[in-house]
Design a protein around this ligand. Sequence first.
Ligand code: BES
Ligand code: MN
Ligand code: ZN
Length: 497
Amino acid sequence: MKLIFAKPAMPSKGALVVGVLEGRKLLPTAQAIDAKTHGALKRAFEASRFEGKKDQVAILLAPPGTRLSRIIAIGLGKGVEVNALGLEAFGAKAALEAIASQESDVALAVDAIAGCKLGLGEMAARMALGARLRSWRFDRYLTQEKPDDKPKLKNLTLLTGEVTQARRAFAPLVALAEGIELTRELQSEPANIIHPESMAARARELTKLGVSVEILGEARMKKLGMNALLGVGQGSARESKLVVLRWTGAKNKNAKPVAIVGKGVTFDSGGISIKPSGGMEDMKWDMSGAAVVFGLMKALAGRKAKVNVVGIAGLVENMPSGTAQRPGDVVRSMSGQTIEVINTDAEGRLVLADALWYCQNRFKPVAMIDLATLTGAILIALGSEYAGLFVTDNKLSDGLVRAGEATGESLWRLPLSDTYDKLIKSDIADMKNVGDGKAGSITAAQFLKRFTNNVPWAHLDIAGTAWTKKDLATVPKGASAFGVRLLERFLAENYEN
Ligand code: BES
Ligand code: MN
Ligand code: ZN
């Protein structure tokens, strides 16, 4: 689907989408159409009991006095809170209806809405972003799809009085969308396709955008003493990898970077502490944190963000085998701290222990933020509405929470406190990798904190938000890329110069 910005004009073919406020309040384009069709639009609303409530749809076929195939009216609700996210949701809904119409050319009228602070250009750009994000699909393996099930929409034209502003506003959003799409794609690929080796290879493609890419293999990690990470991957036929990405966009090339670290367990079988088979296929998503790191770097490089960022992904496959790590094994992490591996399924924290230590040790970042599908317990606490936020610095916390609200990728802060440390005390090592089952997300965060060396740090537990079981406003069911928008925004607001 191509997104086009053009001056408002009545299209000579295809479908036209218009927004309508609650109470059947017509915006200017709809008003013009209603007049042109001698009131047919309003009669269609009455006939279909369309009120203009949010996401309601009414369709007028072959409207008289026009050459359109149909007019699709979409409810905007009261319109009082039409902000960027609301406009994205509207654009998304418009794209879905446009696709359902089976037309190849659809126009979407961008009208001013009372109370909306954005200009017509910015409004059009937001709608276009929503349309793009919602109509993305992962159909690589659907070889037998019926032609009728395939989207036929070729051009979605946004009719806006501010074409130049729209194009200018959309350019950075295209970079964002490309980043999100990379993340979603990597997430969606099954674990036989995306494993540590192939995922690391995908990172190389970011070189084209000016991202520096380094890939550490097992020999190099062994030399560095990263035995916690290596232990998780030692049962796999695939080689573990640590990917280091660098985007140096700040005016001062030597300015200390912000670091983003992702858990990249390309499949989490649980290892010897094997998971039950029901639902185990969901563990292909366990590399989502690392996929967010890739997508975020792509989004930043794509719009030449003026910020220095390091992205690190710990890529491993957690498998049971004759070479796999056993419950009770003790590993010496890169930090020197020893860990008793009570449960091989608590592997994310082992991977991050070495990735975080390596990150702060090498880059001395101003702040370090990790993303990980770390605990099932975060789903018990927060469901899929918020990701868990654990953070050692209040300013960092505020910035992240604010970016979450602005992007719809919401965070809820949970405690870090040394009082939980007793739960991960081991008899034979410096710590063990699980607590007693209570406060599981907190003990996991408390474990990670030991590998941050007091660098301002935030941990995002995205186990409940990395993928979605139902369609959301701008996220189709499946990979959500949760974290890309959030962190792109967070970096723009707090670190770009
Ligand atoms: N990858 C899982 C966490 C997870 C669960 C992510 C559900 C997404 C959905 C993680 O590695 C894991 O297995 N955690 C265990 C920890 C336990 C053994 C202490 C868990 O949450 O059960
Ligand atoms: Mn696990
Ligand atoms: Zn896991």
